[in-house]
Design a protein around this ligand. Structure first.
Ligand SMILES: NC(=O)c1ccc[n+]([C@@H]2O[C@H](COP(=O)([O-])OP(=O)(O)OC[C@H]3O[C@@H](n4cnc5c(N)ncnc54)[C@H](OP(=O)(O)O)[C@@H]3O)[C@@H](O)[C@H]2O)c1
Length: 278
């Protein structure tokens, strides 16, 4: 019976991935979290896993056949990933949640080094490189409050487009990469089915929610206000990548891997109407 560890089971991709894996007969799903008592997903074994507690890693990875590795957004992520992978037999498959178009970074950049840590570990690996998640729109830590309370989407878009992806589709690709053959050594650039400017994004939300949602162009400085340290730095470089058009291109990888088309933003908004309604 395959045993799979999801390192970030409470996260945007972790939750739908856990549901998909738990529905597969004969798969044992370990739901990794630094707060395992908050893991209440059906068919998932809450598992203590914290990047801050290497002492707990051996127990978390014991006997696992595959790991869904959510890259921790912190400066020491490459070193932490390397260190974790030395604790796992090299027969265990690793599926890394990375980010879009890592090849466009400089060789020594953080995102590149995070992938290299996996590539050089000796494990079979698959990299998932998703565009912006639609779930940032329903996340209280991102845009949900602005949309529900003020009907606005403040975003430093600089006229660029984003091929938003539903994290449920990232999870569907991850499920295949974790359990099926043919994905080792593959790099999957994942997007939704359409590229939308920020005003177009707001228009889709307006239509789906039945009330006006307006894009409000803000500066990058305004967008990162309140953030500090690495989180701020990472958001700044992500917004630079938005304006460079890195997130604009659409790929067909979700459909090629899963056999189903990627979900549209309209479908996502319809499914999450309650979450986005005051
Ligand atoms: N968001 C995007 O649009 C996007 C796009 C491309 C790539 N990525 C990458 O994907 C990875 C995941 O990023 P993410 O922003 O989407 O994070 P996330 O998956 O939503 O959450 C990551 C971690 O935060 C903790 N967490 C989740 N929900 C929580 C909650 N309700 N309350 C408190 N803590 C919670 C969880 O860890 P614990 O259970 O241990 O607390 C979780 O594993 C990152 O490497 C990121 O760079 C993100």
């Amino acid at each position: 019976m395959p045993r799979v560890l999801i390192t970030g089971v409470r996260g945007k991709t972790g939750v739908p991935l856990a549901a998909l894996l738990a529905a597969r007969p004969g798969v044992e799903v370990l739901g990794g979290s630094s707060n395992p008592s908050s893991v209440t997903l059906g068919g998932v074994v809450p598992t203590a896993f914290s990047w801050d507690d290497p002492g707990g890693w051996d127990a978390a990875v014991e006997g696992v056949d595959a790991v869904f590795l959510v890259r921790p957004d912190r400066p020491d992520a490459p070193e932490l990933i390397s260190s974790l992978l030395t604790r796992i037999p090299t027969t265990t498959r690793i599926v890394l949640l990375s980010e879009r178009d890592v090849d466009s970074f400089e060789p020594g950049d953080w995102s590149v080094r995070a992938e290299s840590a996996v590539r050089e570990s000796g494990h079979p690996w698959t990299f998932l490189r998703p565009s912006w998640f639609m779930q940032v729109l329903t996340d209280d830590r991102f845009y949900r409050g602005e949309i529900t309370e003020h009907g606005r989407l403040p975003f430093a878009g600089a006229g660029a487009s984003l091929a938003w992806i539903d994290a449920r589709d990232i999870a569907a690709v991850a499920e295949c990469a974790l359990l099926d053959e043919g994905h080792d050594g593959r790099v999957y650039e994942l997007t939704g089915p359409e590229s939308l400017t920020l005003p177009q994004t707001a228009a889709v939300l307006t239509e789906a929610l039945g009330r006006p949602i307006a894009h409000e162009e803000v500066t990058a400085d305004e967008a990162v206000s309140g953030l500090e340290g690495f989180e701020r730095e990472e958001f700044v470089w992500t917004l630079d990548r938005v304006s460079d058009g890195v997130f604009a291109d659409v790929t067909d990888v979700v459909e090629k891997v899963t056999g189903r088309p990627a979900r549209t933003l309209a479908a996502f908004a319809a499914d999450h109407r309650a979450d986005l309604t005051p």
